[in-house]
Design a protein around this ligand. Sequence first.
Ligand code: NAD
Ligand code: GLY
Length: 343
Amino acid sequence: VGATTLAQWPKVRRVWLFVDGTLLAILGDTVIDELGLDGLDVHVLEVPPGETSKSIAGLARIWDWMLGEGVDRSDVAIAVGGGVVGDLVGFAAATVLRGIGFVQVPTTLLAMVDSSVGGKTAINHPSGKNLIGAFYQPARVIVDTEFLATLPDREFHSGWAEVIKHGVIEGSTPGGEMGVLLDILRRNAPALLARESPLLPWVVRRNISLKASVVDADEKEASLRGILNFGHTIGHGVEASGYPLFHGEAIAVGTVAAMRLAAMECRIGPEEVETIEHLIADFGLPMRARVDPAEVRRHMEHDKKKAGGKQLWILPNREGLVTIERDVDPAHVDAAIASVVAG
Ligand code: NAD
Ligand code: GLY
């Protein structure tokens, strides 16, 4: 952060710094000191950890604080934390005074490889996750993989689901080479999981450039950006079904279902399914969830209505590409869901 980050706003005097409460508890003021904001007027607000902060009340608290303290249009909001802080503060930055500067400093793996990049900001509504939000690009995303040292294992593993997703879609991203990321993941799972591998920053960087290339080509998700939802069609259904899974864990289950569905549709063979299943297991992610398949279908139906009545399937094929499909045999969908729900 510091001078380089804020150089594009020469008039910046004041920074609104939002820090995840767990990080503040672990790192104390060092997390603020190390951002190099000397000389600026820095206002700090702790964001309580957890999805409940991504709420209308959580957003109103931020608006009230900033407006009460006299925010002005030349100010910059900096979000330091995981996807919760990034999504919430991004939406606050997009809306207060019709938009102020915004910088993301992601501190979870999921936020580094996925949520901090691409400008999707949102809060949740009682009728569903991420239903109120805006596309609002951060001017900078500052990534330091050293933050990952304190991340609990289950959170760390959860982030790998989005990395595996990027591995599956890599061949269909602009300029993306096929299979490079998957190959690195296959060969280096234990070292990457131990968080010591010098490859970890490389993997994070590759994920960011891969996602950025897709967003660059289709920011508002008219078509191509839809491929970033690989594994999310059934994954969201599983996530919404009440079983306490982290987002990445539900996406891992959805990824297994999507691969099996693609095999049932004769698009890929069993060996491609096995490769991804092994990766999911190697990265400590679940392949099944204890959920009611009828609930999963109900939530998928709900998502479909919100998306204009279209159920979109992002499915891999034998050429190593993914395509966005509408016509998928419903019996195969049921079988794919049944195959990932534990009895
Ligand atoms: P999170 O923000 O809830 O963080 C997970 C946990 O880790 C929290 O308890 C947090 O306090 C803690 N934490 C954060 N950094 C830490 C660190 N360095 N050391 C120790 N603990 C740390 O969860 P997440 O997985 O980062 O993000 C999930 C959210 O992201 C969801 O709300 C999801 O909807 C959203 N999301 C958004 C996008 C997007 O494109 N905007 C994409 C994927 C997910
Ligand atoms: N996480 C999916 C997207 O940003 O489009």
